[in-house]
Every structure is written in structure tokens, then in C-alpha cells.
Design a protein around this ligand. Structure first.
Ligand code: KIV
Ligand code: ZN
Length: 521
């Protein structure tokens, strides 16, 4: 089985995604994550492009061990000098030089004859070899270059000393079949082709970057250039996680493997999404939040019987903890019974039927059904609590708050809560801001030993009178509880959301007590 080299260009082509620029600290964090992921080559930047780029290539080269670090350069001596200088401290340096070879680029951009094009490749590779034994040459716009000319370019680059020759589909124009044919032709026609690794670098303008890269692998390419989350110029580059998992999952077809430690794919994808601010779509293959989530009743039933019915990879193979059987309006009884069981409740057929009817009604009103909603449904329908029309039983409720804050000073909050018809008031002058002060006051009054894990406010509608939708996650003894509230007053919504979560904790512990009492009797 061949090992395909993975060349990651998130820090160079990926950073060319509009809006994706990263600062030095972020680039170093990503570079270390890429090295841990097991990529063979990290393209750290284009050293001559700016002093900032030079500095980041130099720092990446200084700290990365275990992967080659490379800098891009045009076929210009000053570019190659800058690349070589920036890579001085690299454990495994690579200089990556490129020149466009297509007639469109030669005529309009470079104003260069085909003959001069070949000479430039030769001179640049010879020059770069003075600094470094590992030289990659890229024939920019290779897929729109005349095949005869491209064969000469590749042969010239290899005879001048290039150890990798890259055939980029710069504008994302090639189809997988064309790419297969192009690489096969090079393999058959270039006499010294066995002296270098053939690489591809495919853009995603027609959504085919992964497919064309895989076609190239089938035809004999030994390196794929790609980016985390498919970032890159315009529509992006071949997505690293997709191409790697395709090779791994269909090794029967590709007869190849990579060195990528695939359980690190999701954490690396999240890191890149965080530092670039370019969020991963939920339905993105491999690393999207829905990649291992099933909502349809038929699929959930199949998954519970045997996960291979609807999953071709293990979630843990890419770094997800587990499959997510999302409870929503398409879910069936099997999934509901399974979730209830996970939450500690074995429902008999009658109980399940009853809870299922209410569950479907709730699912029509609410997009996502959380574990606490299920607990509340069980509580209402199995334990039949009277006077409880809400999905969450209100135990603690807000009576009033009075809040004073000023710039640079500690907030003061006076909070009054009601519990079983009795009121409790607490004044607190502490906290990192108004929400923290409210949280501390709630903790004090309710005695709940909780910590805030996540807090988010979103505006439900536009406009000045928009409602604030607060979602929080709190932690108690390692368990996570969600709280949710909406109000035009975000402080009130935050307070109610925290109380909502505290009430869910109470509800859960009460239910468990009732259950164990029932069992004991
Ligand atoms: O898309 C492209 O052709 C490139 C080259 C510089 C490799 O990014
Ligand atoms: Zn590119």
C-alpha cells in the first residue's frame, strides 16, 4: 500500500480565504496542531510577501518538529533568497517555487514565451537547490496548460533537481476524469518522472477539489495539497479531512494510506474555525456537527440495531465522541426509549406510548429536544405531577432584581427569589460583571454547587425591541444542565435561564429519588 504525503497549505493558501487572516500566535498554534495531526509538509507562508509573512514562516520553522516546513516563492531570486532565509532554523526545510505554465497566464500575466517559461523553471530550480535539497516546483494553472508543454516543464523541473512536482488545478476547472488522464499521461510520457513525487493542488470552484485529488491519487500522484476545512482562495482548496478520510475509508479502492492521526481531525478543524472566524457548516463532511447525527426515525432505529446501517466511519475515528441521535420531530419510539434509558428510565410499552405522544407535540413546537426536555416529559406523564403545565417544573423563580454597575467597579446586585411560596433575598457586591454577580447570588440563595460552563445571548428578532435569547450550560458534579430564557430584558433572561438550569437539577434528582423509592417498595 502506498503512503500518500499530505501537504497542508492552511497557513498559506488557506489564509488567502477572504477574511481568514491569522496573527502570529494563531499561526503558531495551528502549525503545532498540524504537526501533531501528522501532516508531512506544512506550507507556512510566502516569505517574501511581507515582513509579517517572513516572520511567521521563520517562527513556524523554528518550533515545528516532525513535519517539513515550506515557504512559497516565485521563480525570482529575491523570493527564493527570502524563502531560504526564513527556513534556516527548520528541521526539514522545503522551498516551493511556482510559475504559471498555461498559455493564458504566459500571454496575459507573464508576457513570456513558452521557451522562456521552460528556461525560467530550469534557472529557478537550479538556484533554489543551492540552499536546500528539498525543492518543490508547481506549474501554476497546469490543468489549462498544453499537455506537451506541461510534459517539458515537469521533465525540466526534475532534471534541474526538483524532488516534488506539483500539478495544480489553480482555477478548479478540471473534472476527475481529466485529472486522472493528465496525471497518467505525465506518468507515461515524462522520462525522469520516477525521480520525483507528483503532487496535486486542486481548487474547489466547481466543488470537485476532493474528487480531482482522489482521481490523481488513483493515477499515481504521491502527494495531495489541501487545507483544514477546505479553506483557500475563492471557493477554497481540497479539504484535508475529506481527502484523508476518503483514502482511509476506501483504501480498497485507492490502495493507499496517509500518516494523518485521524482522531485529531475534529479538534484541528475546530481550532482553525476559531482562529479564522470561518465557521464549519453543520453539514460539512467529516467535521460538521451533523456528520454523525441522525434524526429520521428509520435511521435511528437502524443505528440502534447496528451502527453500520447508516454510518461508514466510526465517529471516534475522526475525533467525535459518539454518534448523535438527535431527537426531533422525525425521531421514532426506539430513539426515545433509548434516550430515556440513557437518562436512567426503563419505560414500559404503555409509558413509552404516553411519553411519545407528548414528545411529538413538543417536537412540533421546538426544533431541538434536549435531555432535560425528555426528563420533564417523563416527569409529567409517568409521575403525573399536578399543576405542572410547563415542560420544566418551576421550583425557583425570580421575584425581583436590582443591579448597579459602573465602569471599572464591582457590580452590586440585590436578588429576590421564590421557592415553594417563600421569598429569599441576597445582596452581593462581587463578580466579574453583572451576570457573574447574579450567578453568585443565585448560588448563594439556592445553595446549588454549580459552575457556569457556557453563556450565550442572541437576539431573537432584529430591531431595538428585540428579545434576548439566553442559553447557558452549567456544570454540577460533572453533569451539564442547560438553561434557556427569553426576554426583552437580557439581565432578566439571564437570571431566569440560570434558574431554569438549577430547576432542572432539582427535577432530575427528585425524579431519581422517586424512582429508587418505587423500586425499593
Ligand atoms: O493554486 C495554485 O496554483 C497555487 C500555487 C502557488 C501552488 O496556490
Ligand atoms: Zn492554490
Amino acid at each position: 500500500m502506498r503512503t500518500i504525503k499530505i501537504f497542508d497549505t492552511t497557513l498559506r493558501d488557506g489564509e488567502q480565504s477572504p477574511g481568514a487572516s491569522m496573527n502570529l500566535r494563531e499561526k503558531l498554534e495551528v502549525a503545532l496542531a498540524l504537526a501533531e495531526l501528522g501532516v508531512d509538509v506544512i506550507e507556512a507562508g510566502f516569505a517574501v510577501a511581507s515582513p509579517g509573512d517572513f516572520e511567521s514562516v521563520r517562527e513556524v520553522a523554528r518550533i515545528v518538529r516532525g513535519s517539513s516546513v515550506c515557504s512559497l516563492a516565485r521563480c525570482v531570486e529575491s523570493d527564493i533568497d527570502a524563502a531560504a532565509e526564513s527556513l534556516k532554523e527548520a528541521e526539514q526545510p522545503r522551498i516551493h517555487i511556482f510559475l504559471a505554465t498555461s498559455p493564458i497566464h504566459r500571454e496575459y500575466k507573464l508576457k513570456m514565451t513558452a521557451e522562456r517559461n521552460i528556461e525560467s523553471v530550469h534557472e529557478a530550480v537550479i538556484y533554489a537547490r543551492r540552499f536546500c535539497p528539498d525543492i518543490e516546483f508547481s506549474a501554476e494553472d497546469a490543468t489549462r496548460s498544453e499537455i506537451d508543454h506541461l510534459c517539458r516543464v515537469v521533465e525540466t523541473a526534475i532534471s534541474a533537481g526538483a524532488t516534488t512536482v506539483n500539478i495544480p488545478d489553480t482555477v478548479g476547472y478540471a473534472t476527475p476524469t481529466e485529472m486522472y488522464e493528465r496525471i497518467s499521461t505525465l506518468m507515461n510520457r515524462v522520462p525522469n518522472i520516477d525521480k520525483a513525487v507528483i503532487s496535486v493542488h486542486n481548487h474547489n470552484d466547481l466543488g470537485m477539489a476532493v474528487a480531482t485529488s482522489l482521481a490523481a491519487v488513483l493515477a499515481g500522484a504521491g502527494q495531495v495539497e489541501c487545507t483544514i476545512n477546505g479553506l483557500g482562495e475563492r471557493a477554497g482548496n481540497c479539504s484535508l479531512e475529506e481527502v484523508v478520510m476518503a483514502i482511509k475509508t476506501r483504501h480498497d479502492v485507492y490502495n493507499a494510506k496517509t500518516r494523518i492521526i485521524t482522531p485529531k481531525l475534529v479538534p484541528t478543524s475546530r481550532l482553525v474555525a476559531t482562529v479564522t472566524g470561518l465557521k464549519v457548516p453543520r453539514n460539512k463532511a467529516i467535521v460538521g456537527q451533523n456528520a454523525f447525527a441522525h434524526e429520521s426515525g428509520i435511521h435511528q432505529d437502524g443505528m440502534l440495531k447496528n451502527p453500520t446501517t447508516y454510518e461508514i466511519m466510526l465517529p471516534s475515528d475522526v475525533g467525535f465522541q459518539k454518534t448523535d441521535l438527535v431527537l426531533g420531530k422525525h425521531s421514532g419510539r426506539a430513539a426515545l426509549a433509548d434516550r430515556a434509558k440513557t437518562l436512567g428510565f426503563e419505560l414500559d410499552a404503555d409509558q413509552l406510548a404516553k411519553v411519545f405522544v407528548e414528545f411529538k407535540k413538543l417536537a412540533d413546537r421546538k426544533k431541538s429536544i434536549y435531555d432535560d426536555d425528555i426528563l420533564a416529559l417523563i416527569e409529567q406523564n409517568i409521575h403525573e405531577q399536578p399543576n405542572n403545565s410547563n415542560t420544566t417544573k418551576e421550583v425557583w423563580s425570580l421575584v425581583a432584581y436590582n443591579l448597579q454597575c459602573c465602569t471599572g467597579g464591582e457590580p452590586t446586585v440585590t436578588l429576590t427569589l421564590r421557592y415553594k411560596n417563600k421569598e429569599y433575598t441576597k445582596e452581593i457586591s462581587d463578580g466579574d460583571g453583572p451576570i457573574d454577580a447574579i450567578f453568585l447570588a443565585i448560588r448563594d440563595i439556592t445553595g446549588a454547587d454549580i459552575s457556569l460552563k457556557e453563556y450565550s445571548v442572541q437576539s431573537v428578532t432584529g430591531g431595538q425591541d428585540a428579545q434576548g435569547e439566553v442559553t447557558i450550560l452549567i456544570n454540577k458534579n460533572g453533569d451539564t444542565y442547560r438553561g434557556y430564557a427569553v426576554s426583552t430584558d437580557t439581565i432578566e433572561a439571564s437570571t431566569t435561564a440560570i434558574l431554569n438550569a438549577v430547576n432542572r437539577i432539582l427535577l432530575k434528582s427528585e425524579l431519581r429519588v422517586q424512582d429508587s423509592e418505587l423500586l425499593e417498595n
